[in-house]
Design a protein around this ligand. Structure first.
Ligand SMILES: [Fe+2]
Length: 283
């Protein structure tokens, strides 16, 4: 089998065929790893990975941040959740509809994610990604200089409250008592050396700016960043597996009709504490 790579017309991403992720040779993995560093998002159609296979592929990049997890409206018993925002799981799904990086609200943000489709609705429910390397590169010089000197706090409490929810401490992942990590607005992973804007719905409270200035800057950056040619939207087909770099891409889910099942499985790969840690300030 020969690996075929078709680059997307967006500033990032590629569709990769002619590989079986469940049985990759080390040489094929090395090729995928280099392609992932370059394109940041890789779509692998028709993989139909089992949970063990998904986990094994993700583990080639590192340890998982937490166990393989279902994402969607399908309960363990196969029944569907109603679109009811008093349901804590639905609150998280609604939150996922805003542009974000994963895990920036905990001390170590995620390195990458392997996401697979197991049941998909007949329409909608896409996932979109946006290229924060290209976004940074497209800023004018004054704005580049301004953001290079700034940092923001990141909090899942903050982002969930902004959409009208009021999570309690201890009520789920990301809802701990720790201080919100402080992260520079420009992230440069040493592995690539390519700067990317580090913003998104969890970011707030830029030291040195008022709450209003901070919100306006972050909102303005997100609106500028998340538009063509820096966005790719994926229509899922059962069997798809997608790998992305959480150090340079934001993503968001599109809503769907909850009378239809959407069952995805998430393998979130832990970041390197040396390079993906935020600063926890003493309270
Ligand atoms: Fe996410």
């Amino acid at each position: 089998m020969t690996m075929q790579v078709e680059k997307f017309t967006a500033t990032f991403g590629a569709r990769v065929t002619g590989v079986e992720l469940a049985s990759l040779t080390d040489a094929a993995f090395d090729q995928i790893y280099d392609l992932w560093l370059d394109r940041a998002l890789l779509v692998f159609p028709e993989q139909h990975l089992t949970k063990d296979e998904q986990k094994a592929f993700a583990n080639r990049f590192g340890d998982l941040e937490f166990e393989l997890s279902p994402i969607g409206n399908v309960r363990k018993d196969g029944s569907l959740r109603a679109n009811d925002e008093s349901d804590r799981v639905v609150q998280i799904l609604k939150g996922n509809e805003g542009w974000h990086y994963d895990s920036t609200y905990v001390e170590v943000q995620a390195l990458a994610t392997v996401f697979t489709a197991h049941q998909v609705p007949s329409k909608d429910g896409q996932t979109a990604w946006a290229d924060m390397r290209a976004a940074y590169a497209a800023l004018d010089d004054d704005l580049k200089t301004r953001v290079e000197g700034l940092s923001a706090h990141h909090s899942l409490y903050h982002s969930q409250r902004k959409i009208g929810h009021n999570p309690r401490a201890g009520s789920g992942y990301g809802f701990d008592d720790q201080e919100p990590p402080l992260r520079p607005l420009v992230k440069i992973p040493p592995e690539t050396g390519v700067p990317a804007l580090l913003i998104g719905r969890h970011a707030f409270d830029i030291p040195g700016l008022s709450e209003k200035e901070s919100e306006e800057l972050l909102q303005g950056l997100t609106e500028f960043a998340c538009q063509a040619p820096r966005v790719y939207v994926h229509d899922w087909t059962v069997g798809d597996a997608i790998l992305w770099d959480n150090r340079c891409l934001m993503h968001r889910a599109h809503p769907w009709d909850y009378s239809e099942a959407r069952e995805m499985w998430l393998a979130r790969i832990a970041g390197d504490p040396l390079t993906e840690s935020g600063v926890l300030e003493a309270g």
